[in-house]
Structures are given as structure tokens and as C-alpha cells.
Design a protein around this ligand. Structure first.
Ligand code: AQP
Length: 329
């Protein structure tokens, strides 16, 4: 029986952090045997906000190496760079022409990012969800493993697929999000009411990067915001402690009851020590693999070329089908 197809992407903006890993990439790695997998470094999404071209190029390759270090296995998964397959932007245009402006203006990520960058609100940022729909629909993907913040965009991709199929004939698979129960929304350590985000990297204690050293991890976790209650429980109302416990749970894979029992007689000092230890041990193999892979540029380029070739075959066929259905010559 053919396996269902999974597609997901990650932007090469800033350093990949614990939220990206626990909310998305870890899920990609762990489910590689269950699906046909296509993973993409979405650099065309990155330019919806201003980027330094030289740094963007470097970060794109760094992120590819990091995904391999996290455990993306090129024998089981296709890994490629979005801008190498032109059909992503071509299909995005077709989808832009059937997406109501009202739907795009409801996207919370557009509202958040335009508020954060009031001087750089470009049309690309507004149209970002159509490029994301194109990424997913181009590969006729059944599932899209993402963090909770991307749920709204996947709903839009579903609506777009349904609209296209209705108006032009059955073409796209209507995709479904795959969102983890734990880790779907890791919050900022400095402000646990806001999601951990690459674009807040100017705040030194906001996020843990996958390449942080053990000392840096200990320091950041020590400074993480908690509260004055002193009770260690999975209580969503107490966002700081809840966030630390969630991170711990993602690494130790125990249920909430046993974790609460483990800490029932402990204070926040011990909680922070154990959370830091769990992160350091969980990220150690990734950091070690990354430090080797980043030196093997030929190997990296070979994998990316092979990935782009596989992706191109599917992209060419789907785009030709969609284009013809819309009457484009
Ligand atoms: N805090 C988070 N918790 C859980 N999952 C998260 N993801 C992002 N932040 C968290 C998931 O990571 C995947 C890749 O994200 P992305 O880089 O493509 O886009 P993003 O959501 O814009 O990531 P950032 O880190 O928050 O960057 P900026 O600062 O640009 O907004 C996605 O599956 C996402 O859900």
C-alpha cells in the first residue's frame, strides 16, 4: 500500500530554536517511517520580511545541515530548498487569483508580523499564506506536521484546495494538519505569554537555539520567568511553569501525572536544573552531528540536489495540471 504523503517547511530566518524543534522538526523525524516525506527550507517565505542576502544564503545551507543533524534521513525523506523549484511561486500566483482578500486579512500571523515590523509591511507578507498553500498543494500532500501557530494557514490551504477542485475540477488533495499534543506551542522563556520565535532573537533570554552550548542553556533556563506560587503543576494559567514542564515532558516522554509526582516536593530551582539537563542531553547528539555536517558541504549539496530533482518531478506535473485546468497556455 502506498504511504500517505507529508510536506512541511521551515524558514531560514535566524537560528532554529527549541519551539521549531519540539513543535515541528522532532515530529518530522519521528514519523519518517510512516509516511512519504517531503521537507523544505522555505527561503522564499523568509524574504516576506527584509533579509540580508548574504546571511540568508548562509542560513539556508546551515538550516539544511541542521535538519540532517536533527535526524532527517535522506534515504527516507526528500529535503530541498524552496527557491530551487520555481513551481512554488508559479502555483502561488494561480492560488492568489482565487483567494479572497478578506481571508488573507484574517490571518493572525500577518497581523502579528506587521505589528512587529510596521515599517516593512510588503504585499509578500500579506500573500505569504498563498505561497504556503502552493508549497503544500503542489505535492498533493495529505498531512502537514506543524506547530499550532500554522493551523490557520493550513485551514486556508484546505479552503483553497476545495475551491480550486470545485471550480476547475478535482486536482488537489485537501491536506490535514498534524499537530503534536505536547510541544505544539513552546513559549518564550522571558515572556511565556508569547510564542518562542526566531524574530525575537534580539532578546538574549527569549529562546534556546539548537546550537546553544550547555552553559548557555543552563543560564537561559535559570532566568526563565516563573511565578511566586512555588507549586509545580501543569496549570495553563501559570504559563512560565507550564512551559518549562512542557519542554521537560517533550524530552523525558513521561505523562503529566508522573512528572508532577517527580516534582511534588521540589522547588523551582530543582525544576530548572532538571529541565536544563533534559534539554542539554536531548540536544547533545544534534549539536555534535551538526558540527560535523556543517564541514561536509559537498555531501550537503549532493543531498539537496537529489532532493530538488525528486521534488521537481512532482512539482512539474502538478503545476502543469493546475495551469491547464485554469485555461493557461
Ligand atoms: N514556539 C513554537 N512552538 C512550537 N512550534 C513552533 N514553530 C515555530 N515556532 C514554534 C513551528 O516551527 C515550524 C517552522 O516555523 P517557521 O520557521 O517556518 O515559521 P515561524 O512560525 O514563523 O517560526 P518562528 O520561529 O516563530 O519565526 P518568526 O520569528 O519568523 O515568526 C512551523 O511548523 C511552526 O509552526
Amino acid at each position: 500500500m502506498e504511504k500517505a504523503r507529508v510536506f512541511s517547511g521551515i524558514q531560514p530566518t535566524g537560528n532554529i530554536h527549541l519551539g521549531n524543534y519540539l513543535g515541528a522538526v522532532k515530529n518530522w523525524v519521528e514519523s519518517q517511517d510512516s509516511y512519504e516525506n517531503i521537507f523544505c527550507v522555505v527561503n522564499s517565505h523568509a524574504i516576506t520580511l527584509p533579509q540580508n542576502p548574504k546571511i540568508l544564503k548562509e542560513k539556508t545551507y546551515d538550516l539544511c545541515a541542521m535538519l540532517l543533524a536533527c535526524g532527517i534521513d535522506p534515504k527516507k525523506s526528500t529535503l530541498f530548498i524552496q527557491s530551487q523549484i520555481q513551481e512554488h511561486t508559479s502555483l502561488a500566483w494561480l492560488l492568489t487569483c482565487i483567494t479572497p482578500m478578506g481571508d488573507l486579512s484574517r490571518m493572525t500571523q500577518f497581523k502579528d508580523k506587521s505589528q512587529k515590523n510596521p515599517k516593512s509591511i510588503f504585499a509578500g507578507l500579506f500573500n505569504y499564506p498563498n505561497l504556503m498553500s502552493a508549497d503544500i498543494l503542489l505535492y498533493k500532500s495529505h498531512f502537514v506536521p506543524v506547530g499550532e501557530d500554522q493551523k490557520q494557514h493550513i485551514e486556508l490551504a484546505r479552503d483553497t484546495a476545495i475551491r480550486f477542485n470545485r471550480d476547475f475540477g478535482e486536482t488537489f488533495v485537501v491536506p490535514e494538519p498534524l499537530i503534536m499534543k505536547e510541544g505544539a506551542r513552546i513559549m518564550g522563556l522571558d515572556d511565556p505569554t508569547k510564542k518562542m520565535s526566531k524574530s525575537s532573537s534580539d532578546k538574549p533570554n527569549h529562546a534556546i537555539s539548537l546550537i546553544d552550548t550547555p552553559d548557555e542553556i543552563v543560564k537561559k533556563i535559570k532566568k526563565a520567568t516563573t511565578d511566586s506560587e512555588g507549586v509545580i503543576a501543569f496549570d495553563k494559567e501559570r504559563a512560565g511553569v507550564f512551559n518549562l514542564l512542557t519542554i521537560y515532558q517533550c524530552f523525558c516522554k513521561q505523562d503529566e501525572v508522573s512528572i508532577e509526582a517527580e516534582f511534588s516536593t521540589q522547588g523551582y530551582g530543582v525544576l530548572k536544573e532538571r529541565v536544563a539537563e533534559a534539554i542539554i542531553e536531548g540536544l547533545r547528539p544534534i549539536r555534535e552531528a551538526y558540527s560535523k555536517l556543517i564541514l561536509e558541504q559537498d555531501y550537503l549539496h549532493k543531498i539537496l540536489d537529489k532532493g530538488a530533482q525528486s521534488a521537481q518531478k512532482i512539482a512539474t506535473t502538478t503545476y502543469a495540471e493546475a495551469k491547464a485546468k485554469m485555461g493557461l497556455i
